[in-house]
Design a protein around this ligand. Structure first.
Ligand code: ADP
Ligand code: MG
Length: 244
C-alpha cells in the first residue's frame, strides 16, 4: 500500500446557505494522477481550493503528505510550500520578466539566494521548453507560454503535489497541446497531481483515476476507461454526452 499524499475525509464546504461540498472522501497516492471532471458549479474548484486552504472547509479533514491541513495549529505556509497550484488565469506578475516571476517567490517564500533562485528558475524554464524566454515579459508571450511559465514557477518551489484548476480552459485551442504535454511530462516523472479539466483525451491517457463530481458529491470514480468509457451513472453519461 503506497502512502497517500492527499487525503480528504468527509469534506464539507458551505458559502452561507449554499452547501457546495456535501461530504467528499478522496485519497490520492504518491505519484498518482487524478483528474476531476464534472459540470460547472459542481464544486471542483472549491474542492481543490480546500486542499491548500485557499478556502476554509466547514467540516471534515484534509491531509497533505501526512500533515493535517485542517488542524487549527498547522503551519499553513509550510504546507502550501509543498503544494503547487496552477489556475485557469495564469496570474503572472506583468511587471516582472519571466525569470523575475520564477525567482521572486523562491526568494520571498523559501529565502533562497539570488544565485540559487536564478539557477533553479533556469532549470524549470528549460523543463517547460521556455529557456529562451527567460528575459521576456509575460505580455509578450502567448497564453500557452504564459501558462507554461506559471507551471515552471510552481515547480521552482519544489512541490510534492501539483493542483491544476482547468489550466487550459482560457487558451486558444491550438495552444492547449503544449500545456498538456508539460503536464504529461510531470505525470511521467511521478508527480502527484490533481487536475480539474474538461480535456477528456488527457484524462483518458494520463489519469490513473477519474473522479466525476456533480452537486457537491463524488458520483463515481475509477479508471479512465471505466468512468469515461463505460460510466455507471446516468449523471456521468449525461455530462459526457454534452462534451461531445
Ligand atoms: P466548479 O469549479 O465545479 O465550477 P465551484 O467550486 O467554483 O464549481 O463552485 C461551486 C459553487 O460554489 C457554485 O455555486 C459557486 O457559485 C459557489 N462558490 C464558489 N466560490 C464561492 C465563493 N467564494 N463565495 C460564494 N459562493 C461560491
Ligand atoms: Mg471551477
Amino acid at each position: 500500500m503506497s502512502t497517500s499524499e492527499i487525503r480528504v475525509q468527509d469534506l464539507h464546504k458551505s458559502f452561507g446557505d449554499n452547501e457546495v461540498l456535501k461530504g467528499i472522501d478522496l485519497e490520492i497516492a504518491q505519484g498518482e494522477v487524478v483528474c476531476v471532471i464534472g459540470p460547472s458549479g459542481s464544486g471542483k474548484s472549491t474542492l481543490l481550493r480546500c486542499v491548500n486552504l485557499l478556502e476554509e472547509p466547514t467540516g471534515g479533514r484534509v491531509f497533505v503528505g501526512g500533515t493535517e491541513v485542517t488542524d487549527p495549529d498547522v503551519d499553513i505556509d509550510a504546507v502550501r510550500r509543498r503544494i503547487g497550484m496552477v489556475f485557469q488565469q495564469f496570474n503572472l506578475f506583468p511587471h516582472l520578466s519571466v525569470t523575475g516571476n520564477l525567482t521572486l517567490p523562491q526568494r520571498r517564500v523559501l529565502g533562497r539566494s539570488k544565485d540559487d533562485a536564478a539557477r533553479i528558475a533556469a532549470e524549470n524554464l528549460a523543463r517547460v521548453g521556455l529557456a529562451e524566454k527567460a528575459d521576456a515579459y509575460p505580455g509578450s508571450l502567448s497564453g500557452g507560454q504564459q501558462q507554461r511559465v506559471a507551471i515552471a514557477r510552481a515547480l521552482a518551489m519544489g512541490p510534492d503535489v501539483m493542483l491544476f484548476d482547468e489550466p487550459t480552459s482560457a487558451l486558444d485551442p491550438e495552444l492547449v497541446g503544449d500545456v498538456l504535454a508539460v503536464m504529461r511530462m510531470l505525470a511521467d516523472e511521478g508527480m502527484t497531481m490533481m487536475v480539474v479539466t474538461h480535456e477528456m483525451s488527457f484524462a483518458r491517457e494520463v489519469a490513473d483515476r477519474v473522479v466525476f463530481m456533480d452537486g457537491g458529491v463524488i458520483v463515481e470514480e475509477g479508471a479512465p476507461a471505466q468512468v469515461i468509457g463505460r460510466p455507471a451513472h446516468e449523471r456521468t453519461r449525461h455530462f459526457l454526452s454534452r462534451l461531445l
